[in-house]
Design a binder for this molecule. Structure first.
Ligand SMILES: [Zn+2]
Ligand SMILES: [Zn+2]
Length: 116
């Protein structure tokens, strides 16, 4: 089951999702950065992984919202269709010089620009 913290966005993913407090001090499962009380995020169930205890008594794997979406939409290169899915042998990684979270934010922006 998906839970969320921070802002509730108008997206199907949020429809039945219970709200929990931001898991401050825990690390994002994608970017590895520590959660702040002001972060927006998503928590998913995880079996066999180290999970984080949540304010509703459940536990799960927390992501920043952008980091969770990055795991679905792919890298900037993938969104722009210049990764190895589209160009044989091409690089599909995040842009160099960016943190994983910055690259996730950029991938999301590029995705919205391409699919407004
Ligand atoms: Zn993150
Ligand atoms: Zn790709």
């Amino acid at each position: 089951m998906i839970r969320f913290f921070g802002h509730r966005y108008l997206a199907p993913m949020y429809d039945d999702a219970p709200e929990v407090h931001p898991p401050t001090g825990a690390l994002c499962a994608w970017c590895g950065e520590v959660f702040l009380a002001t972060d927006d995020g998503i928590v998913v169930d995880a079996v066999g992984l180290e999970t984080v205890a949540l304010s509703d008594g459940t536990d799960g794997l927390p992501y920043h919202r952008v980091c969770f979406l990055r795991t679905i939409i792919g890298s900037v290169a993938h969104v722009e269709e210049r990764c190895s899915c589209f160009v044989p042998g091409a690089d599909e990684g995040d842009p160099p010089g960016m943190t994983k979270r910055q690259a996730a934010e950029l991938a999301l922006r590029r995705s919205y620009e391409r699919n407004p």
